[in-house]
Design a protein around this ligand. Structure first.
Ligand SMILES: Nc1ncnc2c1ncn2[C@@H]1O[C@H](COP(=O)(O)OP(=O)(O)OP(=O)(O)O)[C@@H](O)[C@H]1O
Ligand SMILES: [Mg+2]
Length: 152
């Protein structure tokens, strides 16, 4: 497993920003980790890297928020999802066809459906190791890309 340590929210945002430079349209990013691990902070970095200026907040009640930048960002928060199949009720398949990147907070909840549908994704797991310290693990389920290697 490949990970990078950050010691402040700003460093996590910066890392998200750097990841954004490696993304292409159609990429799906699954963010996982406990409450307050930094998933939204990381997404904010991705948004900044895509030249999206408006503040990124978690779309908890709407499930998905769309931001326009160099590429569109579709920010999902699946915390309240009851059944993984519900992801399709949100129009997930249509979002996959859009130009842009999909970021899914609590995305590990739908890992199995993505695997079944053979949808590639980049997995980012944020682990709280201290008040201001996070270990951020990267995993990419395609052999052609090694995101962590590119980020290091
Ligand atoms: N190294 C760090 N990286 C990210 N956030 C940090 C770090 N150190 C401290 N923090 C704090 O941790 C919190 C992270 O909040 P954030 O909303 O990004 O988490 P989250 O994983 O999206 O939570 P939720 O599951 O509730 O959506 C913020 O209050 C932030 O200031
Ligand atoms: Mg969040």
């Amino acid at each position: 497993m490949n990970y990078i340590c950050t010691n402040s929210p700003e460093e996590t945002i910066e890392l998200g920003k750097r990841l954004a430079t490696l993304l292409k349209s159609g990429d799906v990013i699954l963010l996982s980790g406990d409450l307050g691990a930094g998933k939204t902070a990381f997404t904010k970095g991705i948004a900044l890297g895509l030249d999206i200026e408006d503040y990124v907040k978690s779309p908890t009640f709407t499930y998905v928020l769309e931001y326009k930048g160099k590429m569109s960002l579709y920010h999902f928060d699946l915390y309240r999802l009851q059944d993984i199949e519900e992801i399709y009720d949100l129009g997930f398949e249509e979002y996959l066809q859009c130009d842009g990147v999909l970021v899914l907070e609590w995305g590990d909840r739908v890992k199995e459906v993505l695997k079944e549908d053979e949808i590639d994704y980049i997995s980012v797991f944020l682990e709280k190791v201290g008040e201001k310290n996070r270990k951020i693990y990267f995993d990419c389920n395609t052999k052609e890309r090694n995101i962590a290697k590119e980020l290091l």
